[in-house]
Design a protein around this ligand. Structure first.
Ligand code: TRH
Length: 381
């Protein structure tokens, strides 16, 4: 049985550990691999998986050997395959042990997701170490053939379809969350985004729109905008805030699989970064993406590249309001967001049909964990 070491340095937020945790679980569950996940911030992982206890050097969770990555890094035998998530640089003594090992491990840098064209040209490329007899390979997730594809549990599509088709499963989900099931005709939204002024525009559009909107917000999200809109009301988990046709429900950060189900249960998901963005696409429901902002607007081409793919084959009358809404949301100005909303959601049913078709195409470039496991097997031959 092959052994894998995955290294994850939590830079900020939950995306780095969100992706690493998903990959680790999938490799262990679907491929029967021995997976060690080295993470330098166990508290972040504990948010996604409450079984994990902060401050423990070693523990097992969901089939994964979870290790606290801290200095001095222990002298351990490197695994057959070493994955560094997002160029996080494994510790120097570990890399030296990789160079001394026979046979040498397969070494992968798992990169960030982007729909940009250049990704295909860089996926799988080798990068020899400047001084050690080691070669690292770049592995890029992506939406198109020629990239590494997306992470997805083997039964994801079946589980999602079952959930979405079963009133009973959905009712149980809401009950476990301690939230009443959505009322008839109520638009059910989840909101996970970075702080920005545009949120106020959406709250205004929902409150004044005349038809009921229930918005589920994880604790700690959009706090400034919510506090201002609701006049300093409590935003603790469990809080319910109401204004005209809008109801906000603040929920405690959910365990990762449960959050996935929330996305399946909503009519529209506002997501951000990388992992929730991908999961909202797998949910086969309309989405609105808040891209992780980078210096010199380096994130804008990422947004445009994804929109280009997502809108392919859409009627221009649909592509225009989708593009307008996504751009307004990412520009983050309240007035622009508020005025884009009505035009966007007027196409709700068509957006739903498109989201379903889009989700059906997501498997085309192949499952990331499967492809990565095969890629590494080939390197180890
Ligand atoms: O937290 P993020 O903003 O992460 C970001 C991005 O990945 C960004 O690209 C990266 O550069 C930066 O981190 C460092 O958004 P993301 O990627 O969606 O990660 C959130 C994770 O949290 C995802 O795995 C879903 C999970 N999650 C839960 O498990 N429960 C919850 O209740 C919520 C709201 C999220």
């Amino acid at each position: 049985m092959r052994s894998w070491d995955i290294f994850c340095n939590v830079v900020d937020n939950y995306g780095d550990i969100g992706v690493s945790w998903r990959l680790a679980r999938q490799l262990a569950a679907a491929h029967g691999l021995r997976v060690r996940l080295w993470v330098d911030d166990l508290a972040s992982l504990a948010k996604l998986c409450p079984d994990v206890v902060d401050g423990r050097d070693q523990q097992h969770a969901r089939g994964v050997d979870v290790r606290w990555w801290r200095e001095p890094f222990p002298a351990v035998e490197p695994a057959d395959v070493v994955v560094e998530a997002f160029a996080c640089n494994p510790p120097a003594n570990y890399v030296a042990a990789m160079a001394a090992r026979q046979p040498k491990p397969a070494w992968i840098n798992l990169e960030y997701l982007s729909a940009e064209d250049w990704v295909r040209g860089c996926h799988g490329l080798p990068s020899p170490h400047p001084s050690l007899p080691l070669v690292k390979h770049f592995y890029f997730p992506g939406f198109v053939t020629g990239t590494g594809g997306l992470l997805a549990e083997r039964d994801l599509v079946q589980a999602r379809d079952r959930f979405q088709a079963s009133a009973q499963e959905r009712a149980r989900f809401w009950e476990e969350l301690g939230v009443p099931a959505p009322g008839a005709g109520e638009l059910q939204v989840s909101l996970f985004c970075y702080p920005h002024a545009g949120i106020a525009g959406l709250l205004q559009a929902w409150a004044g729109g005349g038809s009921p909107v229930r918005c589920m917000v994880p604790e700690g999200t959009a706090t400034a905008a919510l506090a201002e809109f609701f006049g300093g009301a409590s935003l603790a988990p469990g809080a319910v805030l109401r204004k005209e046709s809008l109801e906000i429900r603040v929920f405690p950060f959910l365990e990762q699989d449960r959050y996935d189900r929330l996305l399946w249960a909503c009519d529209l998901n506002l997501v951000r970064g990388e992992d929730s963005f991908v999961r909202a696409q797998w949910a086969a429901r309309p989405l609105l993406w808040h891209v992780y902002s980078q210096q010199e607007r380096a994130h804008w081409p990422k947004l445009q590249a994804f929109l280009g793919l997502y809108c392919q084959g859409m009627r221009p009358e649909l592509a225009a309001p989708v593009t307008a809404m996504w751009q307004a949301w990412n520009q983050g100005e309240a007035a622009g967001v508020e005025s884009a909303w009505a035009g966007f959601w007027a196409h709700g049913p068509e957006l739903q049909a498109h989201a379903r078709r889009w989700a059906e195409g997501l498997a085309a470039p192949g499952n990331l964990a499967n492809g990565l496991a095969q890629f590494c097997e080939n390197l180890l031959k």
